[in-house]
Design a protein around this ligand. Structure first.
Ligand code: LLP
Length: 418
């Protein structure tokens, strides 16, 4: 969790009072600090490159705002993309195709063809997918994704590397998959796995590296194929709770490098999403009403799981502060809930906060990863605005949607029109 300065009881975000942002842009709004973004990218790049030559493929599923992609393009990142929409976002943000690696599951022929046409390397998820790709272009740059039988993650919903998961080629079939790729005419360049999301245990990153190194060497010795890179996926966690410690990047990198020692791997690839963007962004939301029930008190705000679904979907913790009472002591307990018509709609439960009143501004921390990208129009609510802070100056990087936007793609048959 990042620390925010306090100016006369008001939280400062990227050098600007949160209350001023809310007045200027309305709420709910997500505010990103550009310096924090650059710092995070540099920290992860340096920690790994201090130990081993490492390419950082930012997993843009975490946040695909074009301005955020622009910042990271300037920083020199490569990209992990999972859909044609993500690929197009990155191309639009100035990434050349060679800086993108597409890793998709359940990929349609149309999507695969678009990737072939755009010259974007494909990390193939299965042998049937490989065969379909061979019919389009057997010379296309590829790597293979294996299921490493090593799973991790903050919730069962985000574990991807465990046996039986829908991702990757089963471990025991990986050598024959490379053989088939060669027979089909491909020159595979890499080997990839992703264990899951939100871990901080260096041992897990070490274990998956060990599994991958063994396969990497077998591909070389049994098939005579020298792969260019070994990609251990993403998954670096961050501390969402005040009492949690930051992930020790140096320890993770050292553990991974240790397993690469003596191998023929020359380039390591990592795919962090959350670590780079999560703590760069907060959500500002206004208290509409306080509701006291016989059981608990609610601070009812203008953002619900349509805006931030992580608490409702994963039971995730996001820290909450009262941005306009930033210097006041916590004295009352609240559930923070939004406008969605489901009792599962909440942002935070049982939080001790200063006494909250209607009109107060709440700040929800660490929403930069899987915040906006997982937001929706449920209950036909327009999605929120996004702002980028740099040097105390705010730039609107996504306009708030309007109710009129909700009708843009709908068609009513003539027989039903009024
Ligand atoms: N690489 C691959 C192949 C992935 O599937 C993912 C995440 C990443 C990299 C990046 O993982 P990260 O470094 O961000 O942990 N919506 C969930 C997270 C889902 C992650 C899915 N895959 C959440 O809000 O926690």
């Amino acid at each position: 969790m990042r620390e925010f300065p306090n100016r006369k009881g008001v939280m400062l975000i990227g050098g600007m009072p949160a209350t001023k942002m809310a007045e200027r842009f309305g709420t709910p709004v997500m505010v990103t600090d550009e310096n924090a973004l650059r710092e995070n990218y540099r920290a992860v790049w340096k920690a790994f490159n201090d130990h081993f030559p490492t390419r950082v493929n930012y997993a843009c599923k975490a946040n695909t705002n074009l301005s955020i992609l622009r910042v990271l393009e300037q920083e020199g990142t490569f990209i992990d993309a999972v859909s044609i929409g993500e690929v197009e976002s990155c191309l639009r943000a100035g990434f050349v195709p060679e800086r993108i690696l597409y890793t998709g599951v359940a990929v349609s022929d149309a999507e695969m063809l678009a990737l072939v046409k755009a010259n974007v390397p494909i990390n193939v998820d299965s042998v049937p997918q490989l065969r379909r790709l061979a019919k389009m272009d057997p010379k296309h740059p590829i790597s293979l994704r294996v299921n490493p039988d090593v799973g991790s993650g903050h919730s069962a919903k985000v574990v991807t590397g465990a046996k039986g998961a829908k991702f990757g080629i089963p471990k025991d079939e990986i050598i024959s998959a490379y053989r088939e790729a060669l027979d089909l005419g491909f020159s595979p360049r890499g080997l990839h796995a992703h264990t899951g999301s939100g871990g901080s245990d260096p041992q897990v990153f070490g274990r998956v590296t060990e599994v991958l190194v063994e396969m990497f060497e077998r591909v070389r010795s049994e098939l005579g194929l020298k792969l260019e890179f070994l990609d251990i996926g993403g998954g670096l966690g961050i501390p969402y709770r005040p009492e949690e410690h930051p992930t020790d990047l140096n320890a993770v990198a050292a553990e991974v490098a240790d397993r690469l020692k003596g191998s023929s791997v020359r380039t390591l690839v990592i795919e962090p999403g959350r670590y780079i963007v999560a703590d760069t962004t907060v959500l500002l939301t206004t208290v509409q009403d306080i509701k006291r029930t016989p059981v608990k008190d609610y601070a009812l705000v203008d953002a619900g799981f349509n805006t931030l679904i992580r608490p409702a979907f994963y039971d995730s913790y996001h820290h909450v502060a009262v941005a306009n009472k930033f210097d006041r002591p916590a004295e009352s307990k609240y559930d923070v809930a939004g406008p969605i018509c489901e009792s599962g709609d909440y942002l935070a439960k049982e939080r001790m906060l200063p006494k909250v009143e209607a009109g107060d501004l709440l700040c929800i921390y660490d929403v930069g990863a899987y915040g906006f990208t997982m937001s929706s129009n449920y209950n036909t609510r327009p999605r929120c605005a996004e702002v980028l802070m740099k040097g105390g100056k705010a730039a609107l990087i996504r306009e708030r949607e309007t109710v009129a936007d909700m009708f843009r793609h709908q068609k009513v048959p003539a027989r039903l029109r009024k």
